[in-house]
Design a protein around this ligand. Sequence first.
Ligand SMILES: C[S@@+](CC[C@H](N)C(=O)[O-])C[C@H]1O[C@@H](n2cnc3c(N)ncnc32)[C@H](O)[C@@H]1O
Length: 230
Amino acid sequence: MVNKQNEITSWFDETYTSKGFDYLRSVEAYEIFVRLLEPNPNSKHLDVACGLGLLLKALEGNQVETYGVDISPKAIEVCKEYCPNAHVQVANAEQLPFESNFFDSVSCIGSLERMLDRNQALREQIRVAKKGAKICYMVRNSENFTWKYFQKPLNLYNKKGHQDALNKEKWEKLFSQNELKVKAIYPDHWPYVKTIKTLLPWVKVDAGKIRKFPFNLELAYEFIFLLEKS
Ligand SMILES: C[S@@+](CC[C@H](N)C(=O)[O-])C[C@H]1O[C@@H](n2cnc3c(N)ncnc32)[C@H](O)[C@@H]1O
């Protein structure tokens, strides 16, 4: 387990060193999480597995006290420069360095499936969140066409970075088993927003707008879960 965790950490350190921000989405893709979380001024927000700090950056200007942790020292080094006002530190999501009932909202974007003990990571996020806190996750969908027919069967997913996926039902079960009330589930908007921006660059697209899509949610690329600590 320790070796696997070290392998994941090294893979992210190397990826952030070689690719930097090119590895991740652009900052406008994180605006949707800000709108879903609707943080109150002077509230405390924690982004677990914050990476280079894109969500923390998107939260700037909302008068929120932002905190972030990531297992990758390289991510935190860059994040400290990119978000100088955020409180960020290296930590494993399975052992958060915060007191209980501290945060008004918590997020974990594109990272929960990378964690070796997801239940322990969830327990920790719930422990540090206040009762009624809003919690937002983006998690990979195993029923998505790309994952189901290419990445998984052809062994094309990233094992060193511990890429994984579950279907909607399994994610829902995992959350409800961990005292989290599901408030809403959305498909990840970014692949569609990005396609429109690429094909029709003159069209102004609001990347943070929460949309209804005319297809089955079960097939979404990733799911965005909005939850509440009950
Ligand atoms: C795909 S990146 C997403 C980063 C960020 N959430 C974003 O959307 O820009 C996954 C992140 O999870 C972090 N990570 C993986 N396992 C972790 C763990 N057990 N504790 C904390 N961070 C972890 C990695 O270092 C990496 O920065």
